[in-house]
Structures are given as C-alpha cells and as structure tokens.
Ligand binder design. Sequence first.
Ligand SMILES: Nc1ncnc2c1ncn2[C@@H]1O[C@H](COP(=O)(O)OP(=O)(O)O)[C@@H](O)[C@H]1O
Ligand SMILES: [Mg+2]
Length: 466
Amino acid sequence: MPVPANRRYPPISGYELGSVIAGGGFSCVFRATNAELRASAACKVVLITPQTTPQQRKELEKEIKVHSILKNENVLEFLAASVVEENGKTKWIPAYYMLMELAAGGDLFDKIAPEVGIDHDMAQHYFNELVSGLSFVHSQGICHRDLKPENLLLSGAGVLKIADFGLCAVWRHKGQERKLAERCGSLPYVAPELSLPDAYRAEPVDVWGAGVVLFTLLFGSTPWDEPTTHSPEFAAFLSGKILSQDPWNRISGDVRDLLLGLLTVDPSRRLTLQQVRAHPWCNRASQVPQLGPTALAQRLTRGLQMNGDMDLAEPSMQAEDVDMDEDDGGFSMGGAKSQFTQSLMLFSQTQSGMKYTPNLTRFYASISPAQLLTLIAQYLMVLGHHVSEDVHEDKRTSGVSIMLKGKDVRGLVIAGWVEAEEFSRDGLRGSRCVFRRDKGNPLSWRTLWKSVVNCPTVEPHVLKRR
Ligand SMILES: Nc1ncnc2c1ncn2[C@@H]1O[C@H](COP(=O)(O)OP(=O)(O)O)[C@@H](O)[C@H]1O
Ligand SMILES: [Mg+2]
C-alpha cells in the first residue's frame, strides 16, 4: 500500500496505529492501542487515491454501515469508523479507517494443518460458532456472501469471529425478502446458483459457504476449484462418484449427511440454518466447550504439532519458558496476551524485544536476513511466483522483506510479504523469518511457507527444536 510522504495515520477514537497484522494490498490491518484506556484494537485501512471509484466508496460505506450494527459473540465487533478525505492540506493519510475488536488469536485456518484438518469434535465446535454468528447476521436481514477461511478469525479467548463484511448484502428490507443479482465471492466457496444468470436467494448462499468451510475444517482443503463441471471434483460430486473417493469415503453417518445437506446444489432443497442448528451432528455431546484456553489451543494445533510445524515456529523455546508476567495485563503487547494466544506460541523473543505475531507461518535460520531472503526469493521464482526485486530494509528492526505474489493449487491469488530480522539467542545467531499474508487462503499460505522451509537451499539452515 503506497503511503503519501510526510503524512501520518490519524488516531481513531484515541487509538494509535501500530504494527501491520495482515494485508498491504487493497486493505491493510494494523494493531491499534489506546494508552489512556490501556486497550487494544485492530484498524482496517483502505487508502483513498485518485483511482478510488464512486462504486468502491459506496461499497466501503456499506461495509461500515452494516458491520457497525452487527453485535454478536461470533461476529467481530466493529468499534468506530473515520474517513479522511484528500483536501490538499490534511496532515493525515486520506483513507477509510475501520476500528474493530482485535482478533488476537489470528486466522482460524492458520492453526490447521493443510490436507489434515481438525478432529470432528473441534470441527463441530467451530462450525457451531460459525452457524451461531451467521444465524444472527441473517436475523438482521444481512447476508455475508464471502464466507471463507481468510474471513474467520479467533479472539484472544479462542472464540470464532466472522469478519469482513465487504461483500455483504441486505436481503430483507422492511420485512420483504429481496433476491440478489451481483456475482461475487471467490470460486471455491461460491454457491453453484451464482453461475446461472438468474437472481438468487441470499441465505442459501451463506449456507453453501458454511458447507465448504465445514469440509475445509474436516479435511484441511477446499472440496473443488469451482462449483461447475470445469472442476473434475465438482463433476464427480454431481455424479455421486466422489463419495467413494478420498477424503469423502472417510466420513459416514451424521457428518456426511450434514455436509451433503449443506452442499445441496438446488438452493430450494439445501438445509436452512434452522435445520442445520437442529441437525444431530451439531448437537452431539462434546467436551470441547468445557476445555480451558490452553487445552483448546493444543487441541486446535494438534495437526501442526504432529507434522512438526510448531517445532519450526518456535524451535528453541518451550511455551513455559516464555516469561511475560508483566503487570500491565499484556497491554504493551497490544492486548494480544491471553492464555490462549500464549499457548498458541504467538509470542517470541527477538532482538528488539518480545514480539507478537498473530500467525504461525514463521521459522528461524542460522544465516543472515539478507542471505536467507536471497535464497527464498530464488526458490519462490523457481515455483513461478512473482517476487519484488528490491529488498526493502527496515532500519528499526534490522530487518529485510520481499513481496511475493502467485497462485495456489486452486488457481487463486496468494500474496504477502516474507520478512526476516536478525536474531541471536543461546550463542546462536541468524534470522527470524515471518510470512505475513496479504491475500489468499491461510492454508495455501501455510503450504507455501512449508515448501520454502523444506526446499533444498533453505532447509540446511533451518533451526528446529531438538
Ligand atoms: N480485527 C482483526 N484482528 C486481527 N486480524 C484481523 C482483523 N481484521 C482483519 N484481520 C486480518 O486481516 C485480514 C484482512 O482483513 P479483511 O477484513 O478480511 O480485509 P479484506 O477486505 O482485505 O479481505 C484477515 O484475513 C485477517 O488475517
Ligand atoms: Mg477478507
């Protein structure tokens, strides 16, 4: 996001913008803190430039208007909005600013192992939270239309929060249902009726999206590239052949019945949210709601512990070694500190102090940041990704970063930054490297991170837990 020189980000409702959490392309999300209230939040920023169209403004204003009225335990809370216009003399950066509750646990799917997924009890727990939030959204006459892994976040207590109302629509106005016409959303999550020319009913579109999310929770990948016969998997789904193939043949009974009810091609026969809530699979007895924050974090990341990803993210430090008993309740960490986020190991000691990173796509290496990023850039280019040529230097943290853009296996854009900064501990010197996502599915981002860690030129330098 190119920022005008000599301009600053304004405080929003007394919150000062801090480090970047995610994004950097169209929108950028910052951590924000209010020193007086000793409170923290997140702020989504969309720059206003000469290229900003009236249509984009209309959509941003709709996002603010709708999101700010949706108050529910499973919907990310909207706190305040502010718009700074370019008038030639403002000292602030012209943009739409949206202040929201900080989802300190980061992206839900960042914690899930690709191609593995999470166990059925955990999937049931998070699916029920999604359905609960979604039922509330629909009860307000709104539909989300962009349910996908990148828009499902976790609070500091590990509670699912539906985020990003950028594509939402009002489907009921003054008690009257209205059908929708815009074609929007990304292909793997979009309902099949959107490929027909007719107007479509709103609620079933989100039910389909929830079905794709449930499949992704269970198996760690989306079921198809797009819901048309261009996708071999979707064609096999339509013919019923897919049910005897992996991973569908691994499920039976209630969970299979529910998935097929959510992913019913005819929207008039698809389950309604009310039917979903009454479904036996959603009502199975489970211990998960009683788990404490530490047990919940461990259960969620079980796949990453088994495949070794957690050992790479925090190689030389056990969770209990992290000494953060500050008496400010973690305020200096931007309020991100909780038992849940500590158990997820979202904190690590760096040269410039204790650092909070809301995702686990990071690793440590025994070579310098510049050397490491050169090797990573070479490998990413071999994979066919576009990598920015100039290595940007960050003077404050002795860090360097590169920008990358490419496609995942589903053909969707993945983009973000690879950042490396100096690191030294226990006589070891080297780099701490973080992959910060801008666009794309967190599972695809994690897969890319893992392939970099394992590539023949980088792998010999990677520090692992012994
Ligand atoms: N309140 C928040 N707390 C923590 N992370 C957030 C928050 N809001 C957004 N993010 C992160 O930023 C990403 C982009 O935010 P989102 O609102 O989905 O913007 P976009 O419209 O660009 O998709 C999310 O996928 C998530 O990783
Ligand atoms: Mg989003």
